[in-house]
Design a protein around this ligand. Structure first.
Ligand code: PLP
Length: 466
């Protein structure tokens, strides 16, 4: 009998499952917006530079109760999503000559590399390692210190700014990019001490920490096998202070007389509502939020995503977004994560794979969209991902998340990232099973598969994630 053709399973794509898209809630909020001229007229015109004011107000109320910080809409600037906002932050607060280096934990969310390249930092991305608690600050500090020493001897003329920050912005000397909570790709969450340490380091070296806080609201208690599902209500372990709040609570920084701050939170509705909304927000100091709103493209057209912002404002004001997260998104992601973990235990643990179990080491909380595994016996994840394609399985291999630092001290090729948020639930189990079959084939005959290394370019894999 002919073998049934395998269907393609894409465990690389970091999208929400279509069933999680809140079309009815969006429809209701759109109706509410479009039936009220006091809302739809400003919503459909050019907007204010810092963003649609009702969304700033609604976010300030929600984030104030979520993070237990003082409520202040002036700290918030609406964006076109986290990615677009990084580009705006770099346009306004960095200069390719004044800003000497960009520091990225290795592995890093791979799609930010091009944003930094576009801002003039190609070949100036510096890697530093992570440990079980996230970014390794001892190594980072030493690398920054050495960098400063060498840079001092460099030609000073290279440090003349090519741009003018004007009175409302400044150029930082360093940028550090991190995902402090449920990191993409590693799933790690930084404990409070590590967060404080990173803020102190940024202050010491005149750095800006850009925190992609896009998974903060998407965490849940780890569901125990054979026990009733724990309702994914938010617990204190899920509400760690953001680096921007830690920074603002510290004494003024000598490197920063105008009070722009040394850390900003980059939020997004992509994973909570839908990536097509292309809307997010920045929260930082009031000076930083104001300065960001001075970015040229914002001054020209007003804040991005004005109409989407009006719909999201209605969802937050009426509480439908918060309810959607509590009743649908978090329970669904919790369940999907459980399904993937069960499949990993059945099909991959016996082969020697090691998964990251919790956001914080020894913790009870997981979150985000991704599972992160170490391959058995150091088998190359590039080889696994290439062989898996023949079995109609697409996975993220660790080298996709490798920072292109020319020193290449850290090798991420022993890691695999699997998305549990996107595919139908049955495909989560089937995809993990196929990964086990592929890995076993390689383990049984490694010589046969050696030539697969570097056969597939990561840029073509990244395209498969789209
Ligand atoms: C860490 C991180 N930052 C940013 C993004 C993209 O956010 P946005 O859709 O708001 O640009 C993603 C999406 O996967 C992400 O994982």
């Amino acid at each position: 009998m002919a073998k049934a053709a395998l269907h393609l399973i894409n465990l690389l794509r970091g999208w929400p499952h279509p069933g999680l898209l809140p079309k009815d809630l969006l429809s209701a909020s759109s109706q509410a917006v479009l039936s009220n001229p006091e809302v739809f007229i400003p919503a459909l015109q050019y907007g204010a530079d810092p963003g649609f004011q009702p969304l700033r107000e609604a976010l300030a109320t929600w984030l104030h109760s979520h993070y237990r910080v003082p409520r202040n809409p002036e700290r918030i600037c609406i964006s076109g999503g986290a990615s677009q906002n990084i580009a705006c932050i770099l346009q306004s607060f960095t200069d390719p000559n004044v800003t000497r280096a960009v520091w990225l934990v290795n592995p890093t969310y791979h799609l930010v590399f091009a944003i930094f390249d576009d801002a003039g930092f190609k070949n100036r991305l510096m890697e530093f390692p992570e440990d079980d608690e996230g970014p390794n600050l001892e190594v980072l500090e030493e690398k920054m210190r050495q960098f400063e020493e060498q840079d001092e001897q460099g030609e000073k003329k290279n440090q003349i700014p090519v741009k003018d920050p004007g009175p409302h912005r400044k150029f930082y000397r360093h940028v550090i990019y991190v995902v402090p909570t449920c990191a993409n790709p590693s799933g790690k969450t930084m404990p409070v001490k590590r967060r404080e340490g990173l803020v102190r380091l940024a202050r010491k070296f005149d750095g800006l920490v850009i925190c992609d806080d896009v998974y903060d609201q998407l965490q849940w208690p780890i569901d125990q096998k054979d026990k009733p599902t724990i309702r994914p209500d938010e617990t204190i372990e899920m509400i760690l202070p953001r680096l921007c709040d830690i920074d603002l609570a510290m004494e003024p920084s000598p490197n920063d007389p105008k009070g722009f701050g040394h850390a900003v939170s980059n939020g997004s509705f992509s994973k909570m509502v839908g990536p097509g909304m292309r809307t997010g927000w920045l929260e930082g100091s009031t000076a930083f939020a104001f300065g960001l709103a001075q970015t040229g493209s914002t001054k020209s057209g007003g804040s991005p995503s004005q109409f989407c912002a009006s719909i999201l404002a209605d969802m937050i004001e009426t509480g439908t977004l918060q309810k959607h997260l509590a009743d649908k998104v978090r329970p669904n992601l919790q369940h999907r994560h459980r399904v993937m973990v069960d499949a990993i235990h059945t099909h991959l643990l016996p082969l020697g794979f090691q998964p990251r179990e919790a956001g914080q080491l020894g913790g009870n909380v997981y979150g985000g969209y991704f599972a992160w595994l170490t391959t058995p016996d150091g088998i190359s994840s590039r080889v696994i991902s290439e062989v898996a394609m023949a079995d109609m399985l697409i996975i993220g291999n660790g080298s996709m998340f490798q920072v292109e630092d020319n020193k290449h001290e850290i090798d991420t090729d022993k890691y695999i990232r699997l998305t549990f948020a996107y595919v139908p639930e049955d495909d989560i189990t089937e995809g993990v099973r196929r990964l086990g079959v592929v890995t076993r084939k390689i383990q049984e005959n490694p010589a046969k598969y050696q030539c697969f290394d570097k056969a597939l370019s990561n840029s073509s894999l990244i395209d498969l994630a789209k």
